[in-house]
Design a protein around this ligand. Sequence first.
Ligand code: PRP
Ligand code: ZN
Length: 295
Amino acid sequence: MRTHDRLRIAIQKSGRIGDPARELLARAGFAFRQGQDKLFCRGESLPFDLLLVRDDDIPGLIEEGSADLGIVGLNLVEERRMETEPDRLRVRMPLGFGRCRLAIALPDLAEWRGPETLEGRRIATSYPVTLARWLQAEKVSAEVVQLSGSVEIAPRLGKADAICDLVSTGATLAANQLREAATVLESEAVLVGPEPPFTDGRADLAALLERRLQGALGLRATRLLLCQAPRDALPAILGLLGDAEPPTVTRIEGRDDAVSLQALCRSAMTWQRLEDIKRAGASGLLVLPVEQMLA
Ligand code: PRP
Ligand code: ZN
């Protein structure tokens, strides 16, 4: 039995989700020592360790307790959750990268008249449970052909009439003369843990990890805006700062008609946006990057 004073995070060894996941953990201040076997990396200063695995294995590792938390595509979590009853996985936090969709795709020349086109057809996929649910919701009866990989070549091999697979840029579909017809599930990387959640020492560690991740994720676009403005221009300026935390407005010594304003803005501060704020009456605009933040 493992003790609960360290937390083990499973991530994909390398690839579409694994690489950005490691980058995110590094930005959040987690450093790991590469293990001899390259599968287990011990945390250097914080009680968090990394398990480097195949992404498809992550939901199962969490269910059986070999890993405490994981960073993985929502598509894999959903497939697993629909399979098990009751739920044994909990999505704790969306991470905003690895966006893609699980989609139905057909050979370029095949006709598409909506989901009923699939009636009586064979659909190849690595996501049989998610696909079966979707077909049921669409009231279509089709044959689900389960494949563990290379789903996109199934139509050419005569094994299926359509596929249901992940699409990110669409390059894989295009290279296989397939076109996207319908979305089954929108996906992105998520932080996932067990259901029910921890009640031991790992609860605090998980909360610490989440705070750090939130801080690191927020930083990418976050800017601190400083400016001055006539008091009566304030409503118009605040209207342009919809994404900001409630701004701090302070009086300027010796001037009753103007204020100084400080706002933490969550989305990109483009030149266009700055000019709009200036036009609304602001002056002396300063946009500063935010180096660290503890949510
Ligand atoms: C998915 C999917 C396709 C590819 C689509 O694989 O199975 O092969 O990505 O991406 P594209 O639209 O940008 O071409 P994934 O990255 O999940 O790898 P895996 O199936 O090997 O885990
Ligand atoms: Zn995979």
